[in-house]
Design a protein around this ligand. Structure first.
Ligand code: KIV
Ligand code: ZN
Length: 516
């Protein structure tokens, strides 16, 4: 093992997906996995195979597509979870099973209701069984941050003997302080020696996830678990971009310890994840926030103009942010210029995807004066990541008069048939969603609604994300819609959630009949 390399274990598709409102469909997960591979992430945690058939399928498909990164599935220390994980990752060139059980007194007593000895036995059985699917097995002591050191050593000893190759020490509830985390990792590193790689997985409840991860690296951890934009359960996980850029920028402090990440893919990855999940990093977010490289005050601007390093510790180009804020294309740009621009942004589209995206660009260019890189990224994500367009919005007219009854009239294409109908509602949005329900014959219940502007300006593209429940027995489906007009974006988002639901229902009945 190269002692100066920290492996990046990306869990955007698993822990990141646990962020409220961040659920992704299979196509979206595949797009993100391919971008993670471009980033040269060492391990992609593609999901939790036993969680649902949809999760299983997404991991299975990612395992088929990804060639360079290791593809991993999470599994509780239960044989049915491990079997699902092993089957899901089977097609991968490099595969890992990540199994876990809680080790803190509070989790063992109240959640698991097991004695420490029973926990050790479960952990050993889990690792032993996981080894029958792959040699690469990671074991996590959930809530390690609040676990007792002698017990951690005992269980780690046992799982190493059973064949675990990576030992993950999560600060599951984000409770630990950087000095404590550093001391814990230093102690465990000395204990484990070169028998296994020590990994950390830090949550951000006190805003310390990055600091805790870096303190761990300084003390011997050689794998960091993190997510793009710091997505994750509750306050999120350590942000991949922060870990990677801190190691690169402060190489002097970390004595040359580095990652294999291609940092120029950081910004595209951040935008892709933001476009897909609808969760946009706050403007002052380190590395990828809109203001991260902007200088507002005159003194700073003057300094940077005289010498860049007066106020900049990193180069925007190093994270792939070259000309994201320059106007890139306009109404008169042709297909050739569009193709070149798309390629310079790192996209490789099929002829059909290129045609679809170009048509969409032309429509946008007719209405929007300036088209930025981020607009293009949003269009492409929207075009190529859609589940099959079972229903498609053709036309929408609304009447949102102040004193009358808000109404919507629309045409939707379904199975080559165009259906037109109209409806009223308690507001314009309600009228739109009710009319879609009438046309599809499927009743939806709106659970969440969010609108963000893709770029700046009065004519900015609106990105709408909705969560809709169509069946009380299933969880809500997420949909995204993009348009310069917020109402059209909202209709598209609702229809996209409807498509995800119909697609999942059709696949579910095929699976039930043994079709896949
Ligand atoms: O936060 C946590 O402890 C986890 C484990 C499953 C690694 O996500
Ligand atoms: Zn976690």
């Amino acid at each position: 093992m190269d002692n100066k390399i920290v492996k990046i274990f990306d869990t955007t598709l698993r822990d990141g997906e646990q962020s409220p409102g961040a659920s992704m469909n299979m196509e979206e997960k595949i797009q993100i996995a391919l971008q993670l591979e471009k980033l040269r992430v060492d391990i992609i945690e593609a999901g939790f195979a036993a969680a649902s058939p949809g999760d299983f399928e997404a991991i299975h498909n990612i395992a088929k597509e990804v060639k360079d990164s290791t593809v991993c599935s999470l599994a509780r220390a239960l044989s049915r979870d491990i079997k699902a994980a092993g089957d899901a990752i089977a097609p991968a060139k490099h595969k890992r099973i990540h199994t876990f059980i809680a080790t803190s007194p509070i989790h063992m007593k109240y959640k698991l209701q097991m004695t420490p000895d029973q926990v050790i036995q479960k952990a050993v059985e889990a690792v032993t069984y996981a080894k029958t699917f792959t040699d690469d097995v990671e074991f996590s002591c959930e809530d390690a941050g609040r676990s007792e050191m002698p017990f951690l050593k005992e269980i780690l000893d046992a799982v190493i003997a059973a064949g675990a190759t990576t030992l993950n020490i999560p600060d599951t509830v984000g409770y630990t302080m950087p000095e404590e985390m550093g001391a814990m990792i230093s102690n465990l590193h000395a204990f484990v020696g070169n028998r296994a790689i020590i990994s950390v997985h830090c949550h951000n409840d006190l805003g310390l996830a990055t600091a805790n991860s870096l303190a761990s690296v300084k003390n011997g951890a050689r794998q960091v678990e993190c997510t793009v934009n710091g997505l994750g359960e509750r306050a999120g996980n350590a942000a991949m971009e922060e870990i990677v850029m801190a190691l690169k920028t402060r190489s002097d402090y970390f004595e040359g310890i580095d990652t294999r990440i291609n940092t120029r893919e950081i910004y595209p990855a951040s935008r892709l994840v933001a476009n897909i999940t609808g969760i946009v990093p706050q403007p002052n977010k380190a590395i990828v926030g809109k203001n991260a490289f902007a200088h507002e005050s005159g003194i700073h601007q003057d300094g940077v103009l005289k010498h860049q390093e007066t106020y900049e510790i990193m180069k925007a180009e190093d994270i792939g942010l070259t000309d994201a804020n320059t106007i890139v294309l306009g109404k008169l740009s042709g297909r050739h210029a569009f193709k070149e621009k798309i390629e310079s942004l790192g996209y490789k589209l099929t002829e059909e995807e290129l045609n679809q995206s170009f048509a969409r660009f032309k429509l946008l260019a007719d209405k929007k004066k300036e088209i930025f890189d981020d607009d293009l990224r949003a269009i492409i994500t929207d075009e190529i990541v859609q589940v099959p367009k079972i229903y498609e919005l053709v036309n929408l007219q609304i009447n949102d008069c102040m004193n009358g009854v808000p109404s919507a009239a629309m045409s939707i294409r379904h199975n080559d048939e165009e259906i037109t109908d109209a409806g009223i509602g308690n507001g314009t949005m309600d009228a739109i969603f009710k009319t879609i329900d009438r046309i599809s014959g499927i009743q939806g219940e709106l659970k969440d609604y969010k609108v963000t502007a893709v770029t700046q300006g009065k004519d900015a593209l609106a990105k709408v994300t909705v969560k809709v429940r169509f069946d009380p027995a299933l969880s809500a489906f997420t949909g995204h819609g993009l348009s310069i007009d917020t109402m059209i974006a909202s209709a598209r988002a609702y229809i996209s959630a409807l498509n995800a639901y119909v697609y999942e229902s059709e696949n579910r009945s095929k699976r039930d009949r043994g079709g896949i």
